[in-house]
Design a binder for this molecule. Structure first.
Ligand code: ATP
Ligand code: MG
Length: 756
């Protein structure tokens, strides 16, 4: 299908059309939420293909999620036909996996390398901590991994950190005891070095490594870099505000921006010479992944970073009503050091924002659920047009309960993920160990699952023996009969395990063997399935179903993938994200969607509920004392508000359980930042404030909550009703008392004092 120009830009506004057609080496489409950035990016790809005459293989398009990639590919298919399927439209991580699968050998990554998920990485750090005598209560694996991740996102290598903090440490030193450790930086540097060392031995990478090792590959192997620079003539990145330093460097390397050649700016396009043409799309006000290393300066400095860069701003919003935009603009205006943006819509004022203050989180959920039902029954709103958003996953529980009680169907995005379930992870560990026997983490995981008499002692005997000889854990198992002091009670099951794994590997390697067949064989031979089937625990029945589900997933993968391989299947399971559970945009699932604000990025819904608008919930308690973190929370609020097309609800609870106890919650400062006239409060004051401003117990809302529910429990925390709340205790919250005690509790009465 060759599209006429009119079909690609006819329904766009002037700036959008300009951005689609722009000819030049570097373009930033910077614009506020809902202004059509993603739409323009998609059209631009179609334009480059049809008007610049590029081949699909010359285009690399990066999206923030797999889901967004699939959607973009789908749109492109309708615009330009099935060639779109052959194009690289993917996340940074999947693109890197592809590159590493092809050429990773060059930097020591053998084919079939394993991608460790967070749990695998934590296990690895725990192993190191044990060997090095590190107190994991004081230095949790999570905390250590966060630091390692920071290093990687900033492209700080092991050599650098060792030179700076632990010049005498050599990774792989057996029997190293860290007991004498001087400072925590030294500890981080040492664990980082050892962690990388063991990943390399296991032929494994973590998520961050996918980017870092690809950069390494491109930087150290000029011919590989050259290959991709010739290939990708157009690189386009959506959600650029959330790229980290490593990803920024990756884009530069792939494009060849630093190769010294001048970009071509001929009329044809990037053609075959000079660096690739780069288009990035983003909104610095929507940068919400600083905790994962996102570096907002990537987008802020774009014009300085890329020669001959141009910026096109989009100003018309096509998503929301003016009321919703006014609220979003007002909130984000409180962030300092940003470029003010104009954002307008032709959609008209629309309905006011609906506000609701509940006495407890349970009552907040109750109200939301019934309001959604009312919308559905009285206003004909489809359930799938409604999204309920929250700051933290933990908030979903009460919301779910509310929806269940009100019989409102919903789908929760996130939560316990399929691939993280124990039995699924066990089965996957078998598959990983088959593909990559060097992978000690997965091999250890399955050694005694199901139980076969190979406990911690057997594991440690093999480990010590193999380590001393510089062998992998698997090699230790294979040669178990040479390990001194091994009793036949241990040796026999070890031998059986080794024989079974070898047999499974042979089975998997046979010609034309499909991944789903290997899954079936593993489930049968390993005894995983049998153990669960024999069990009388009803939980184990659902585990059996999950395993059968895994087999179906593998079969589905085969159907959708021309060159299906076991390693390829494992890759898809490793790169799954929360957002992948989202239904397709057009689909009417008949269900309300529940998700965190982070997951909601890039999405839109006719009706949005922003819940838990309380100090300490949103903004998160961690962020309230720190200006830059508070700015990030505010950007998250901006993201949340701008997801709504027609109708926005903002709700809060006066009492919420935190750390197992009920805490009094103050209204979020973000509520204060929304102009009063935009909000129609169905119920404005709750909890203590309501008492203070003269609402007697039960005089109004009394009927909406019953005695003995969490509301009462919450109040007991504060000394009960009779105390008149003179000295409420704040349950360890981070805000000061002074801002609270006033009796005329208006939304403006605290705004200036402690947050200004
Ligand atoms: P975000 O910042 O949230 O990622 P965005 O800038 O990427 O938003 P899009 O998702 O591309 O915005 O567009 C927002 C909505 O506006 C979509 O429903 C899109 O189809 C619609 N839209 C964008 N441009 C136009 C246009 N010119 N005419 C009609 N609808 C448009
Ligand atoms: Mg977008």
């Amino acid at each position: 299908i060759v599209r006429s120009p009119q079909e690609l830009i006819g329904d766009l506004n002037e700036q959008q059309a300009q951005a689609v057609q722009f000819r030049g080496p570097a373009l930033l489409i910077g614009a506020g939420a809902g202004s059509g950035k993603t739409r323009v990016l998609t059209r631009r790809i179609a334009w480059i293909l049809t008007r610049f005459g590029a081949w699909p293989s010359q285009i690399l398009a990066i999206t923030f999620t797999n889901k967004a990639a699939a959607e973009m590919r789908e749109r492109l298919s309708t615009l330009i036909g099935p060639v779109a399927q052959r194009m690289w439209v993917s996340t940074f991580h999947s693109a890197c996996v592809r590159i590493l699968r092809r050429d990773g050998e060059r930097i020591g990554l053998k084919s079939g390398f394993t991608i460790y998920d967070t749990a695998d990485c934590e296990r690895l750090v725990k192993l190191i901590a044990t060997d090095f005598n590190i107190d994991v209560k004081r230095y949790t694996p999570r905390q250590i991994l966060a630091r390692i991740s920071d290093y990687k996102n900033g492209l700080t290598g092991v050599r650098e950190t060792l030179a700076q903090y632990a010049p005498d440490f050599r990774p792989g030193t057996r029997g190293f005891r860290i007991g004498h450790i001087g400072n925590v930086e030294e500890l981080y540097a040492i664990v980082y070095a050892e962690y990388q060392h063991r990943l390399a031995l296991a032929n494994a990478v973590d998520f961050d490594d996918l980017i870092v090792r690809t950069v390494e590959l491109l930087r150290t192997q000029p011919d590989v870099a050259e290959y991709y620079r010739r290939r990708f003539r157009y690189i386009l990145v959506d959600e650029y505000q959330d790229t980290n330093h490593a990803q920024y460097v990756l884009v530069r390397e792939l494009a060849g921006v630093d190769s010294g050649e001048r970009p071509s700016s001929d009329a044809v396009g990037a053609g075959r010479q000079g660096p690739a043409w780069i288009t990035v799309v983003g909104d610095s006000d929507q940068s919400i992944y600083a905790f994962r290393g996102a570096d907002i300066s990537n987008i802020q400095d774009f014009e300085q970073d890329f020669p001959d860069a141009r910026t096109i701003m989009l100003e018309q919003n096509y998503r929301s009503t003016q009321t919703i935009l006014d609220a979003a603009n007002a909130v984000i205006a409180h962030n300092e050091g940003r470029k003010p943006k104009k954002l307008w819509t032709a959609a008209g004022k629309g309905a006011p924002i609906t506000g609701y203050a509940a006495d407890t989180a349970q009552l907040e959920a109750h109200w939301i659920a019934h309001e959604i039902r009312r919308l559905h029954e009285e206003e004909g709103v489809r359930y799938s047009d409604v999204a309920v958003m929250y700051r933290a996953n933990a908030q979903s529980r009460s919301l779910e309960e509310g929806l269940i009680q009100a019989h409102v169907p919903y789908q929760l995005i996130g939560g316990t993920k399929f691939y993280e379930r124990r039995e699924v992870k066990d089965a996957l560990a078998y598959l990983q160990a088959i593909v990559n026997p060097a992978d000690g983490i997965n091999m250890r995981r399955i050694l005694n699952v199901p139980k076969r008499g190979l406990g911690a002692r057997a594991e440690s005997m093999v480990t010590v023996w193999a380590d001393e000889r510089g062998l992998t854990f698997w090699q230790g198992i294979e040669q178990a009969d040479r390990i001194e002091g091994m009793t036949t009670r241990t040796l026999n099951p070890l031998k059986r395990f080794a024989a079974m794994m070898t047999q499974l590997r042979t089975f998997a390697a046979e010609h034309d063997r499909q991944p789903s067949q290997v899954v079936a064989e593993v489930l049968a031979q390993s005894g995983l399935l049998e153990e669960l089937q024999k069990s009388t625990d009803p939980q184990d029945q659902s585990r059996v179903e999950n395993l059968s589900q895994l087999q179906s997933v593998a079969a589905e993968y085969e159907q959708n993938t021309p060159d299906a391989t076991l390693a390829g299947f494992l890759e898809t399971t490793a790169l799954v994200a929360d957002s992948d559970q989202l239904p397709d945009e057009a689909e009417d699932t008949g269900k309300v969607t529940l998700m965190t604000l982070h997951t909601a990025k890039g999405l839109e819904y006719p009706v949005v509920f922003l819940t838990g608008m309380e100090q300490g919930t949103f903004p998160h308690s961690r962020a309230m004392e720190d200006t830059s973190e508070l700015s990030e929370e505010r950007r998250l609020a901006y993201v949340g508000i701008t997801r709504a097309k027609r109708h926005l609800y903002i709700t809060r609870a006066a009492v919420r359980a935190q750390w197992g106890r009920a805490s009094e919650m103050m209204p979020s400062q973000f509520l204060d930042e929304i102009p009063d006239e935009l909000i129609d409060w169905k119920r404005r004051e709750a909890g203590v404030e309501r008492m203070r401003s003269g609402w007697g117990r039960g005089s109004d809302g009394g009927s909406s909550y019953g005695r003995g529910d969490d509301w009462d429990a919450g109040l007991d925390e504060f000394g009960g009703w009779d105390d008149g709340f003179a000295e409420p205790s704040y349950g360890g919250s981070a805000y000061g008392r002074s801002s609270y005690g006033s009796s005329s509790y208006g939304s403006s009465s605290y705004g200036g004092s402690s947050y200004g």
